[in-house]
Design a protein around this ligand. Sequence first.
Ligand code: CMC
Length: 429
Amino acid sequence: MASDSLSITDNRTGKQYELPIADGSVRAADLRQIKTSDDDFGLLSYDPSLLNTATVRSAVTYIDGDAGILRYRGYPIEQLAEHSTYLEVVYLLLNGELPNKEQLLEFEEDVRFRTMVLETVREQMETYRYDAHPMGMLLGSMATMSTYYPASRDVMDLESRKIQTVRAISKVATVAAWCYRHTLSYPFIYPDNDLTYAGNFLNMLFRMVEPKYVPNPVIERAIDVLFILHADHEQNASANAMRAIASSQADPYSALAGAIGSLSGPLHGGANEAVIRMLQFIGRKDNVPEFIKNVKDGTSGRLMGFGHRVYKNYDPRARIIKTLADQVFEVTGVNPLLEIALELERIALEDDFFVSRQLYPNVDFYSGLIYQAMGFPVEMFPVLFAVPRTSGWMAQWNEGVTDREQRIVRPRQIYVGEGERDYVPINQR
Ligand code: CMC
């Protein structure tokens, strides 16, 4: 008997099976041989919300949730946040290795070359209502890109994939900035390719009448670091949506629209928005104990920005963001909600309810405070998450479509509905 195997006895039949174990997993399809009769479909694994199922083999991002470790292509997030730039990290995520000088310059030039969007994007943007949520506008605008770039349907073509990848990463910043300008009814600002990715993003967001926008270096670097921290996070809900949609060989913009939709929910990328609303609801540091009590009773919902499916330790991104917040607040002034957030964290980290459930601050707990101090309205927060996550989604997409083991995603179900029954005419019901 192989040592790397799992022995199973089916007590229904008394039959024994030996399933190989590789990479700490058994293949769910191997369970299918376990049958009670020839016409039995075979044993299924039931895993609602994929709590314990690996659906891909991926070389992009590594997380050890118990130890609080996050690495892109092997590089610790702390080192990347300290020494790298967002576009260098994007290159790394896409290509697997850090670029040399020429490769980086060429890649930066490639991204810059594509910052412009068609005027039809602007026209579409203008059709959204003045109070449309920017995440909905971003989703719609990215989906429409599939109509502008029909070659994006050639998903098995390497050259087309390379172009769509850079295109999406470049244009998402322009579209995101314009979503913001639309909510203010401000004129759209066209890209300034003299600036860095983060600097140009700030230009398209905030430029008023000055002939040349000059980003504050601290804010520009903070955006760049936040983008590094948000670039990828392996198989989360939106990456899974991206891969699942793309598994039918749909074009990447349609898949991106699905991923953006998934990210928009308050349990995922919408959480940073929910954190600020929660802190505003709490209102004062003195109200924190009462709020925590209500969270524990279940009368105040969840403590937003706390907890994670994978991290059962302090989210390493939250630690970096907390330090970053101090640097940003030196420029913008301290966000008055910080005091409430710090008190919430202090009390929660000492409270058995949160400790026993291993609930620690996640990436969204402090990021919203920074965004708010920079002047963004809360509705823009998930958009600020989606811009850098586009690079992770594209890396996951490229890996997925070239993985020969991947086929169209098609989960099974356990049917619990009625058995066959005859149609009853309406006048007899
Ligand atoms: N506040 C209070 N209780 C919580 C929280 C929270 N934030 N998160 C989990 N719990 C409790 C939950 O009620 C459950 O308790 P019990 O065992 O008594 O029923 C236990 O902890 C386990 O929770 P779960 O819902 O099974 O955990 P999950 O892995 O399904 O959910 C999560 C993970 C992130 C959705 C959840 O922790 C949550 O809702 N957090 C608040 C929203 C949030 O901050 N989301 C951002 C996640 S990080 C960024 C991203 O991924 O986009």
